[in-house]
Design a protein around this ligand. Sequence first.
Ligand code: MTE
Length: 320
Amino acid sequence: MIYHRKPNWMIKENLVTDETLLLNRRKLLAGMGIGAGAAALGLGAEAATPEAPFTPMPGLNSNFEDAGRGITAESITSKYNNFYEFGSSKRIAAEAQKLSTDDWVVEIDGMVNKPFQIGIEDLLKRTGVEERIYRHRCVEAWSMVVPWIGFPMAKLIDLAQPMSGAKYIRFETFMDTKVAKEQKVRWYPWPYVEGFTMAEATNDLAFMVVGAYGKVLHKQFGAPLRVHMPWKFGFKSIKSIVKVTFTDERPVGFWENLIALEYGFWANVNPAVDHPRWSQATEKPLDSDGRIPTHIFNGYGEHVAHLYEGMDDLGDRLWR
Ligand code: MTE
């Protein structure tokens, strides 16, 4: 499939940081014939050391190399995180280091031909890895651009071989009150859960993330395996996944379970439908003092709008 690299919307020039330099470096690396499989093996060797560089660097997927604005500095994004297991402030990076990602195993179950467990290194040997630069838009109206490393969710689904009756994919985060103190707070519906339709999960944009900024994923980003769905609000991008379940029942996400009127299943970025507490018309990039307009599907409509055709009350259904 051919993609238009330039989004059909533009942002102010003064918000564009020094992206060209970074992109040139990445193109160079990609052009060196560095294979995704080899990169996966590189991660395997380094997996016990979070934040280790990928060696060799995975190739950049040229369909997703231009987010329309500059990459947000790692020094900003790695210190401003939502990871409620470690606290409800944005400054949870130090606390998140308590999470051990050694020997991490992911369980695949539910409506699959054969349930199984797989370690991260074996998983990556099967899927390979690539780099993609994606916009991320939180429902709290801040946004960022991150160079993620990972593999298409469709590859995970190929591996899992769900039954034809499976309609949804459901992800679950680890549960360990010894390392994640906030999980002792009983009025939160732990563990964190999120889900998508199979059509969403097999869309080319749906991405499983194991690294960022050329390195193994920081723990505060949701190491060692998280989701990134760039056309949906950030809360759908579940972190530190231990379980993937195929089901014919629509999963109820962590936030939907807690406050259904504020957080819905679809949660597609939609500037026309305000959250009860935050207007969604504009957003504040983390590396800017100003605000920019928010775009339907976070600007990824050409890839995903067809998934929601036929939903009559478009604004409301896109939100809920
Ligand atoms: N996943 C888990 N397990 N726990 C969380 O609290 N927060 C979500 C999402 N995934 C969250 C999570 C929210 S609200 C957002 S905006 C993004 O993670 C934040 O990702 P970031 O910290 O990498 O920016």
